[in-house]
Design a protein around this ligand. Sequence first.
Ligand code: C2O
Length: 513
Amino acid sequence: GTTRHYHFEIQLHNVTRLCHSKRMLTVNGKFPGPRIIAREGDRVVIKVVNHVSNNVSVHWHGIRQLLSGWADGPAYVTQCPIQSGQSYVYNFTIVGQRGTLFWHAHISWLRATLYGPFIILPKKNTSYPFAKPFKEVPMIFGEWWNADTEAVINQALQTGAAPNISDAYIINGFPGPLYNCSANQTFKLKVKPGKTYLLRIINAALNDDLFFRIANHTFTVVEADAVYVKPFETDLLLITPGQTTNVLLKTKPNPFNTTFLMAARPYFTGQGTIDNSTASNSLPFRQSTELLFAANFSNKFRSLATAQFPANVPQSIDKHFFFTVGLGSSPCLKNQTCQGPDGTKFAASVNNVSFTLPTTSLLQAHFFGQSNGVYTTDFPSFPITPFNYTGTPPKNTTVANGTKDTSILGAESHPLHLHGYNFFIVGQGFGNFDPQKDPPNYNLVDPVERNTIGVPSGGWVAIRFRADNPGVWFMHCHFEVHLSWGLKMAWVVLDGNLPNQQLPPPPSDLPKC
Ligand code: C2O
């Protein structure tokens, strides 16, 4: 492959949306940020220069980062942030991936404005497993806040309340035509009739799963998270934050020059899904039409593998983990006025632990054998409090500061994202996972491989991956608000014995804390 060089200057820029101007963080003054385009096998070198007063870091979401964990990007996980006036060169090779991914800032809520597509074309002289599209169009979904997003989250974290929701959903940076004052400032796609377009769809929104459709048209889904899938037809897409998908759009003959609306709208799983009237039945959660659509839809994604040539799913398992992810609340400190439920503040956890970021990077601490006082390895591989989805939702809704209490305020689906890996989704269901009955039904033939999966509201997913990439890898809910509340954890993957299984030392410009 070749080497591709990019320059990301993090700088303030005036942007106007919904007739509201604000000075916000951008890459190179662009919003959304620049596209990265590379081919499978290429080396990508991006120099990020920080011209603003905030600490920044950038993550190449979905890139496997084989033996290049120093370039992954989450602040305080694989690196200290790039401080004002400093720079860092991210340097990695794209191995075994082609399709659509994206990049985004990975510190606080800066990804609200710092994001852009990461497009990986197949190797030279290699074609798609589908007919060459007439044109390719990146479509990146996001959210727009009139207010400064750092102020929004800081205020929420200080008061323990839920943050304000955004003012608009945006496609390629623009709100829809229904906002009076900015009706002509929307994203429009000019197409020719009867042609096939490849839409590279990215959900870079902070806090919402999104439905997407185009009037009178259907999509053929051909790829997810930079892995080809068995093509399937749908007129409605559902995409969680952190997911990317490529779809083919065949435009209709259009003798009357009609304009077709495209629309994205949120999938609210959090509200009203606990159904007390059926709490005594088997499921306390209302299986709404949307919930069922979501489960069905995510089940349609299958790898290109066949029974004769099955996917490379790990067949035997060395280590089992059982995680419950959920929302809860934690007590307030003295003298704090908290605006969460019952005078508490909102929190979220994995196995009852609400993760707090350290003040140095986990990977550095691990690599130099200085993890003492930075992190402990006693993370429970099983929920501390046994959780039951088939009884009445627990009354106990407290997550004690980073510790031991299961809680659930509302059942909500969580887009769980893992850095440094794709995982196979071998099973999913509603209600309790049954360790006897469920595993025999796993799909070990053609499960889809993804880096982000929506864990259904009041349900479970089973994932498998081979821990073949040494480093420290973040796993978290890709709803930014849940990430802020602590729904995150890290995997420490040790070196293997062979030289090509060992993480090299960090580059010399790795930022210091
Ligand atoms: Cu796109 Cu840690 O995430």
